[in-house]
Design a protein around this ligand. Structure first.
Ligand code: PEP
Ligand code: MN
Length: 323
């Protein structure tokens, strides 16, 4: 942001006032060394733009234009997924389910558990991104049908990942909310194709994505036509292998508190171990998360993926969402 001074202004008086408001500024000088304005550092204290405009000696305040106007316009708005509402003043939403949809029986059993625990949305991968090409990568379209039937039987909405443009038709025919996985956050062709379905999207943060890159990915979706974007923090890459990833609750607080955007936290993929998930779930809600995404399994020792981070049905129901 830039402040332009009036010709007669006393720059030192204006500078002192800006400093008094907690702003970090750098003087802008003309060729003769005369201060004509100030650049204000972006991470200064929260800025009341209108007050700056009214200071004696200030001719004009120029704010940089946001690179993500559609995301900005979503501020304070709720994102609607069927009869479920994310963000604004709505209660936090529990999204739960297995890492992968393994069979019709597995998803039926877990859907019952998830509904009992107070979840409103069933999660589960039909198309699974796996680090190794030899790992189980999902049952595809068949799994989507099993998932839809189980969700309908238990009054749940469905969110599931779409990994490639080729899958967008099949997934959007079944899911209430489309999930963009962490590895695809900057797959712009996929974002465009998903956005064109005019559905709500759960946008996971890339493991090395800045908040700005994450918001810009949301802008791609909204620009293409998505009906709303819920941002999902699922841990970024850290340097310490003790936990799977590093849960960035600072970014969650920033998005929920300063930007008023709907955010869901996925502590399962963030830490990768079930014993830490309940406390991180609480911490996420404490910083204003509008929902949680939690992996669960009826028998995690037999899970085909991410068993170590799957909560038992009992622990899931102790998260505080059960009626
Ligand atoms: C998932 O939620 O199934 C998943 C693969 O998560 P992420 O994209 O965050 O790794
Ligand atoms: Mn998983």
């Amino acid at each position: 942001m830039w402040i332009r001074l009036e010709n007669e202004a006393d720059a030192s008086v204006v500078a002192a006032q800006l400093q008094g408001m907690g702003l970090w500024t750098r003087a802008l000088e003309d060729a003769s060394g005369c201060t004509t304005g100030f650049a204000v550092e972006p991470f200064s204290a929260a800025i009341d733009w209108q007050r700056l405009d009214q200071l004696d000696g200030v001719a004009e305040v120029q704010r940089p234009r946001s690179a993500h106007p559609r995301v900005d316009a979503q501020m304070g708005q709720e994102v609607v997924v069927g009869s479920v509402y994310f963000g604004a003043q709505n209660e936090p939403v529990l999204i739960a389910g297995p890492c992968a949809i393994e069979s019709a029986e597995q998803v039926e059993a877990i859907a019952a558990v998830v509904a009992q625990a107070g979840a409103k949305v069933l999660r589960g991968g039909a198309y699974k991104p796996r680090s190794s090409p030899y790992s189980f990568s999902g049952h595809g379209q068949m799994a989507l049908a099993w998932m839809r039937q189980a969700a309908d039987r238990h009054g749940l909405a469905v969110v599931t990942e779409v990994m490639s443009e080729a899958e967008v038709d099949g997934v959007s025919a079944v899911a209430d909310m489309l999930q963009i996985g962490s590895r695809n956050m900057q797959n712009f062709a996929l974002l465009r194709s998903v956005g064109q379905r005019h559905k709500p999207v759960l946008l996971k943060r890339g493991v090395a994505a800045t908040v700005e890159e994450w918001l810009l990915a949301g802008e791609h979706l909204l620009e293409a036509g998505a009906s709303g974007v819920v941002f999902c923090e699922r841990g970024i890459s850290g340097f310490d292998p003790h936990t799977r990833n590093l849960l960035d609750l600072g970014a969650v607080a920033l998005l929920t508190t300063a930007y008023k955007l709907p955010v869901v936290v996925d502590p399962s993929h963030a830490v990768g171990r079930r014993d830490l998930i309940p406390s991180l779930a609480q911490a996420s809600l404490a910083v204003g998360a509008n929902g949680l995404m939690i992996e669960t399994h009826v028998d995690s020792s037999k899970a085909l993926s991410d068993g170590a981070q799957a909560l038992s049905p009992d622990t899931l129901s102790m998260l505080g969402f059960a009626q």
